[in-house]
Design a protein around this ligand. Structure first.
Ligand code: 13P
Ligand code: SF4
Length: 333
């Protein structure tokens, strides 16, 4: 196992307090955003972890895979990406000629931070037989160094499709990588990065909530540690959570992923009761990066057409192939 550089642990002090605007102000901003969208011929793509008011003005709300698939086929002139930076970068790589903007350019990701391109290149140089699969939660530079990209929604399919004679190097999430190894039986070298939010769930905390709701199944994201995944009835991407929760006859469902997911789930399954899985400490199930985006910043980025994603041409070209390979494998029956 390769030791990734130390990631600064995220404490509660790193989570900014969110200011919620009065309803009338939210409504007025939403109206302006919809008008700007028509004027710019823009599409608003929002990840499932975005705050409710952003999800409610978006054209598409989904997981990383669904949003990348949508970005690949959009006719809009401007893509407004409400998620984190690497997601907007992916949209730009797929649409080099379009304007791609995001509400806050500092909305990063602990997984992306854990895997600098130079360190990945150094590891790749140790084994010419490596075939690098990069979880989409990484920089454009890392994508450009990879053979194929995957998301949590298609990682098993992507690993199953990898050339059998190559040694797979899976970066940067060791929890997702570990889960994929369990599902596919394929050994892989794992980069030692993690999502600072999902590692907050523990065996202890999940066991406690299960005792309180013995009939409620647990649905967990594969970025959770193995001890948590083992207690889950279903491990899947955020989009598959929606499908799974719609289908299950259970009324109460425990959800172990970022808190933004609950808004989408409640909207799609109004007859069900979603119980956010507690962490061992309080208020740790919000991603401070995802929560940097606000309705005001979304409005402002559409007025200013900035912050805008710009990438060097070489990176754009090299990163496109592994993303397109992912989309092609994903579309196979
Ligand atoms: P999805 O692949 O379900 O969109 O998850 C992305 C993510 O960042 C999870 O933390
Ligand atoms: Fe990255 Fe975790 Fe936030 Fe997802 S929830 S964007 S993996 S830090």
């Amino acid at each position: 196992m390769f030791n990734a550089p130390e990631i600064q642990p995220a404490g509660i002090d790193r989570m900014p307090l969110r200011r919620v605007l009065p309803r009338e102000q939210l409504d007025s901003l939403s109206k302006d955003i919809l008008a700007l969208k028509r004027k710019l011929n823009a599409v608003i793509l929002a990840h499932n972890y975005q705050v409710p008011e952003i999800q409610d003005v978006a054209d598409v709300v989904g997981d990383s895979l669904g949003l990348a698939q949508h970005a690949a086929k959009t006719n809009a002139d401007v893509i407004v990406f409400c998620g984190v930076h690497f997601m907007a970068e992916t949209a730009k790589i797929l649409n080099p000629g379009k304007i791609v903007i995001l509400p806050d350019k500092d909305a990063g990701c602990s997984l992306e931070e854990s895997c600098p391109g130079s360190k990945l290149k150094a590891l790749q140089d140790t084994n010419p037989n490596f075939w690098t699969i990069a979880y989409i939660n990484c920089s454009a530079e890392v994508k450009a160094l990879s053979d194929c990209i995957c998301t949590s929604g298609n990682a098993v399919k992507i690993v199953n499709a990898a050339p059998k004679d190559r040694d797979i190097l899976f970066v940067p999430d060791e929890n997702l990588g570990g889960w994929v190894m369990e599902q596919t039986g394929r050994p892989m070298t794992l980069w030692k990065g993690d999502c600072y939010v999902h590692v907050e769930w523990t065996h202890q905390a999940i066991t406690r909530i299960r005792q309180l709701h013995p009939d409620a199944p647990v649905v967990a994201h594969p970025e959770c540690p193995k001890a948590v995944r083992m207690l889950a009835d279903e491990v899947c991407s955020t989009e598959k959570m929606v499908t799974w929760c719609k289908r299950t006859p259970s009324k109460d469902i425990i959800i172990a992923t970022e808190a933004g997911m609950l808004h989408r789930l409640k909207k799609e399954c109004p007859d069900k009761n979603f119980i956010p899985a507690p962490t061992d400490c309080c208020a740790c199930n919000e991603c401070r990066f995802m929560k940097m985006n606000t309705l005001e910043k979304l409005h402002d980025c559409m007025v200013n057409l900035a912050p805008r994603i710009e990438l060097p041409r070489e990176i754009l070209e090299r990163a496109r192939l592994p993303i397109e390979r992912m989309l092609e494998i994903s579309a196979r029956g």
